[in-house]
Write a protein that binds this ligand. Sequence first.
Ligand SMILES: [Zn+2]
Length: 178
Amino acid sequence: MQSGGKSMIKARRFGKAELKSVDRAREAAEEMISSFYVLAPREWERVNYEVRTLEELSPEEICDRALAQVLCYDCVKRIGASTVERHDLYRICLQDDRILRASDRIDSGRLALEPLLLYVLTHELVHIVRFSQHLQRLDLAPEFRSQEELSVEQTTRQILAPAADRALQRVIATFANG
Ligand SMILES: [Zn+2]
């Protein structure tokens, strides 16, 4: 529950330049993930996902404990009474304000923002690929979640290792310590 005072403070949001960083990081993350999992373009197309930033999030998609979260929606296309298509849609909900704060902590010159976005998006996409390939259940019991987080995190680092320049190494090191 949100206190009255808290909702009065407007959360920081990505501006134009930052949104461009989101696009670039997303492209780079997609490329690395699909080659890591050796996904054919057709398989990749079946992974329905979208990236949303704070401005586009509904109140229940906003979380104050993580930099991002993935939500799964059941999409149904209907014509009249019959279902013509049904698929899962994964939505990566980026929490702009938390990401900006984390980026400031790593480097106040904001050089960390794009590598941080790359790290966050890669991590969330690993979750999505694991769900969509049924390597992991969506309704994972709470006692197994931290183990799953650990494997996702290890995979994320493995994927990013070849691309890790100094800025990205710094981001990874920051999160390695919690
Ligand atoms: Zn995670």
